[in-house]
Structure formats: structure tokens, C-alpha cells
Design a binder for this molecule. Sequence first.
Ligand SMILES: *Cc1c(COP(=O)(O)O)cnc(C)c1O
Length: 426
Amino acid sequence: MNRAIDQALRERALKVIPNGMYGHESVRLLPASFPQFFSKGEGAYIWDADGNRYLDFMCAYGPSLLGYRHPQVDAAARAQLEKGDTLTGPGPVMVELAETLVGMIDHADWVMFCKNGTDATTMAMSTARAQTGKRVVLVAQGAYHGAAPWCTPIPAGVVAEDRAHIRTYIYNDCASLEQAVAAAGDDLAAIFAAPFRHDAFTDQELPDPAYAKLARALCDRTGAKLIVDEVRAGFRLARGSSWDALGVQPDLSAWGKCFANGHPISMLAGAESCREGAGSIYATGSFWLSAVPMAAAIETLRIIRETDYLEHSVRLGDALRAGLAEAATRHGFTLRQSGPVQMPQILFADDPDFRIGYAWVEELLARGIYMHPWHNMFLCAAMTEGDIDMALAAADEAFAAVRARIDTLEPHPVLVAMAAMLEHHD
Ligand SMILES: *Cc1c(COP(=O)(O)O)cnc(C)c1O
């Protein structure tokens, strides 16, 4: 595959952008052949800067729910753009979108819009503290809640004081949650939980209903607020709050990524019991009230309510999971496939330093399939059965190619260094 344009862009970027790229879309932790820059997306496909096309199982790391350049969503965005986007005050679409979301999310009596998931999780924390007058916030060990000093997984630039009242428990572990709550004494402001455990580098775990119910009960007992971080999983598991299925209603929930199908908007949703706290914090941003993403969100939410986007993604996810398991076995590999099928994590058994996984996704990439070696992936509603068949055919060849060079594989050097750092940071 030709990568001349990508290579030239990387060289230019190195001069004007630290490390040439930063954050979750940096390819520093991906196999060497992965392109850094993409020029185009359409439906379930992305094109790199050199024009190579891939079936995209990352969906922009979450934002693409229905597929790139969705005709109806983007038409709604364009219509709003013709009228105005960021103005001196919000547009009427803000109220319509807020009413729509309060109507779709059971525990939500109000919402506040922002841009990124980190804005929403940070606002959730501040709201809980403002509402309760307490300080301690419990988060599950290894859970991702964003890139602010209180929650970033990378310690550079963070001082201990940034996390003075952030403490951890183990997801799905009732005893560890009870201990952490007890240790907080009468200073507990909030418990954060993801809808399911979707940490990088490891198997995903669905929530144990006993854990979710315990988190609710402990908040009820102490007066703390239960915050569900829906930024990644929201609207990919359900058409409302992900923990409805468990009968657990949070007090606050943070949303982002996909509810405007790639247009930049996130939000904090909350119950009546947190309205006063939410109203007391100073929350704003120059672009938080832009009307274009709000118009896109209204249309995306209509499609969420009125189509089988979710059932379709689950059907395709089931086919992918079953087909991959079968092909892996045929080539003498055991896959660890975990989490909801529409948000799959695909790791190899007996691959502690990920060298097999890295080689496999590299072989897939060469065959036009973009998969990730250690981050959960996403299916979008634009994918078809034909796409899944194509991915399975490529996977079959990729397993064979990896099998043929299994004795020559090496671990990824940056990943090894990073894993060591993450292990020593909590
Ligand atoms: C992506 C993510 C965030 C942060 O969202 P940004 O838009 O990247 O700031 C927070 N929580 C979870 C669970 C996420 O997946």
C-alpha cells in the first residue's frame, strides 16, 4: 500500500505539532504500517491520505453511530449552518434538543450541553460536589473518564493535588466498592461507573447487576450522587440510559461521542435532585452552544428512535463474533472476544505483549480492514452483511499470514514502555 503522502504529512507534522500527533488518535501505539492521516469518510469506510480505503471498525473512536456523512443528519446540520452556528446566544434548537433528550433518558429532568466527553464528566463531578457539599469522588480503577488532570491516564503534567479527593475501587467488585465508600466517611460526593467495563488493553466486562444496585444503594444511604459515564456506550446499548436494563437509575449521566453522529457535542444529564447543584456551577465554553451540532443531534436522535440501527448493529456484531471465533480456531488461535458484540474487544489468548494482535491487525489493514489491537471497537449502522463477510474473509487470510510468521513476531516497543508506565500510575 502506498503511504507516500501520509509519510510526507508526518514529517511536516513533526515540525509543527508535538510528536507529530497527540492523544488517542496518535498512531505511536499502533503497528508501523497504520496511516496517521485520513482524508475522507463515507458510510462504514474511511480513506487514508494516500487514498487507500478501509472498512472502519473504530468509527472515529465512537462518534460514528450511523456511518460517516449520513445524508439526513448532515442535511439537518447544513440547513442549520445556512442560518448560523455559533452566535451571541443559543438557537431555538437548544430547547428542542433538551426536550428531546429529557424525553428519551428516564432519569434526566434536565441537560446541559458542552463539547467533549471530558467537559461532561468534569461537570458531573462538579455538580455532584456542589449539590452535596462533599469532596470525595470514587472511580473504577483503570476506567477512562477523559483527559483532564483529575482523570487523565497519563501522569505527565498532573500534580497529586489535582487528584486529592479522587479514589478508586474495582469495577464489578462489591467488596471493594463498599470499602471505598466506608473509607470516604461522610465526605462522599459521587461514585462514577461506566455502563460496562470498557478499559483499554483488557477484556471488557458487562456490569454485574448486584454491583450496579449496590452503587445505587450506597449513594442513597450516604447522599452521594451516582454518575454513569455514557460517553462511549450511550445509545449503543439502548435508546435511553444503559442501566435501565438493570433497573438502576443514576442521578447524573455524561454523554458524548455519537449522539450527533460525529458532530461535536456532549452533555450532562441529571435528575431533579441535582438541578440546584448543576445550576450553581459556572459551566460554559465558546463553542458549547453552537447550533449546528444541536440540529445534527436532533436528527440523529430521531433516527435512533425510529429505525432498527441498534438491532442491525447487534445482528452484524453477532455474525462477526461467531465468524471470527470459527476462523481463529481453524488457524489454531484462541480469541478473547468480550463486551457487547456491537462494541467488540478482540484480543488473543496467550498474547501477553500483544505481538500476535498487532501482527493480525496489520495483516487486516493490508486487506482493507481497520481494526485496533487493544482498544474496544465499534460497529456502525452503515455496515452491511456484505461488509462483515468481507471482514471475515480478510480475517481468515490474516490468521493464516500471522500463523506463517508467528516465530518472528516482536512486541511493539512504544507499547511496552507505555504499559510499564500505566502499571505504575494510579
Ligand atoms: C471518550 C470518553 C470520554 C472523554 O470524551 P472526550 O470527548 O474524548 O473528551 C469520557 N468517558 C468515556 C467513557 C469515554 O469513552
